[in-house]
Design a protein around this ligand. Structure first.
Ligand code: NAD
Length: 443
């Protein structure tokens, strides 16, 4: 089988590479010439564990190639499916901006030669497949051609940082189709990924489009709910770590995604929650739970900074703060909507000096923070002369540092743990002041 994947970001590159990994011939296309040139030389535009080796292996085998020329690929590759995996950033009003998706659809319409399934993998609101179909049909009409094609919706559920595993061993694959023929193509494509018995769920296209938003909205809701509970725990003298374990062992609740922290970020939850609220309001419905989820998340991004202000009695000017972790979550370099940015901006505004370290996201962070922040060569260097450490992203290497070295490097032994990865009592016993989320302060 042959396919093309348009967009070589976190989703497109993983999708294309994983299809190649199971033996399908894949051409990955991007509008960004530098990205494609780099990919041809084995240089990846993103950090994703294990991806570089997999790209190299499949490129060497000749199953994975890269191009900037969408027309040429669609005209000549004889692709059974073309996946659209370009960005859908939030527009100013919160709705998903479909300009990249529809530009690709029109481009496909101008180049189509034979029956193809045009699959939207980007996260798009209900009704987008209809727009994609219309855009392609209009181009075909302008060409005076009658070529059979189908549209399908195949939302992606991979997690950055574990994307390859998620793609190769998915919990489920959701595909919205409106023809038997498209269902057959999608079944053949995904058959190699169903070895573990995980389901390939076919449904109508609007339901598939909605499934992605409902999934992300549910996950964001769990996070905001738990953050709300954490804040109340703190006020009432309860320990949210205990509460989490207490509720998580109830199978109906489950123990995943109930960790309190400093608010969700990333390229998906914030924009998808906004887009679903917007879709609803455009259609005369108010998503009240999600509106609260958003408000709680905005407030939560300030919680760690507020603790810093309270600890130092508002006197932050001239103080130095070490920040461990910049990416919105571990094992990615993605800085989009990262809570670290909000915290660091607030520290800088207050006149503080910030020394940051992240295992992979520092180059990406420089785009927005520039040289206003000092970047450590490792986590320990970032601590030198710090008045406090702020743990912002729970990278595995931050989980068990040598606290006697940490204490010696710092000016004051103060830890603000934005992810509750440390044991407050243990740190207090070592002479640290410890502030977690939803737990009593330990001094
Ligand atoms: P990204 O920004 O990392 O990558 C998008 C790529 O598309 C870029 O390389 C860009 O150059 C390219 N592009 C834009 N216009 C193009 C065009 N006309 N022709 C060819 N290439 C073009 O985005 P991403 O994070 O991979 O997300 C893509 C979509 O998948 C979004 O809708 C997102 O919501 C969704 N999604 C993302 C994730 C995730 O974890 N990142 C997970 C699931 C779903």
């Amino acid at each position: 089988m042959r396919i093309a994947v348009v967009g070589t970001g976190y989703v497109g590159l993983v999708t294309g590479t994983c299809f190649a990994e199971v033996g399908i011939d894949v051409t990955c296309i991007d509008i960004d010439e530098r990205k494609i040139e780099n990919l041809r030389q084995g240089i990846l535009p993103i950090y994703e564990p294990g991806l570089e080796e997999m790209v190299e292996r499949n490129a060497q085998k000749g199953r994975l190639s890269f191009s900037t020329d969408l027309s040429e690929v669609v005209e000549s590759c004889g692709c059974e499916a073309v996946f659209i995996a370009v960005g859908t950033p939030p527009g100013e009003d919160g709705s998903a901006d479909l300009k990249y998706v529809l530009a690709v659809a029109r481009h496909i319409g101008r180049s189509l030669k034979g029956y193809t399934v045009v699959v939207t993998k980007s996260t798009v609101p209900v009704g987008t497949a209809r727009k994609v179909r219309q855009a392609i049909a209009e181009e075909l009409e302008a060409r005076g051609e009658q070529i059979d094609f189908d549209v399908a919706s195949n939302p992606e559920f991979l997690k950055e940082g574990a994307a390859i595993d998620d793609f190769l061993k998915p919990d489920r694959i959701v595909v919205g189709v409106e023809s038997e023929r498209a269902e057959q193509v999608m079944s053949r494509l995904y058959k190699p990924f169903l070895m573990n018995g995980h389901p390939l769920i076919f449904m109508d296209i609007p339901s598939a489009e909605m499934t992605k938003y409902a999934a992300n909205a549910m996950l964001a809701t769990k996070i905001s709910f738990m953050n709300d509970v954490a804040n109340l725990c703190e006020i009432m003298g309860a320990d949210v770590n205990m509460v989490r374990r207490g509720i998580g062992s109830d199978a109906r609740i489950g123990n995943k995604f109930i960790y309190p922290g400093i608010g969700y970020g990333g390229s998906c939850f914030p924009k998808d929650v906004k887009a679903l609220i917007k879709t609803a309001s455009e259609n005369g419905y108010a998503m009240q739970v999600l509106q609260a989820v958003e408000q709680v998340n905005e407030r939560q991004k300030s919680v760690l900074f507020d603790k810093v202000v309270a600890h130092f009695n508002g006197d932050l000017a001239g103080r130095t703060f070490a920040v461990w972790g910049l990416s919105f979550k571990p094992k990615t370099d993605d800085m989009r909507e990262a809570p670290s940015l909000v915290i660091i901006e607030r520290l800088l505004e207050a006149g503080a000096r910030v020394k940051a370290y992240d295992p992979v996201a520092m180059a990406e962070a420089r785009h927005s923070l520039g040289d206003r922040v000092e970047y450590g060569k490792d986590e320990y260097e970032a601590l030198i002369d710090a008045d406090a450490l702020l743990l912002v992203t729970e990278w595995p290497e931050f989980r068990s540092p040598n606290f006697s070295v940490v204490g010696k490097l710092m000016k004051e032994k103060v830890v603000f743990d934005g992810r509750n990865i440390y044991d407050g009592a243990e740190l207090a016993a070592k002479g640290f002041a410890y502030h977690g989320i939803g737990v009593a302060q330990q001094v």
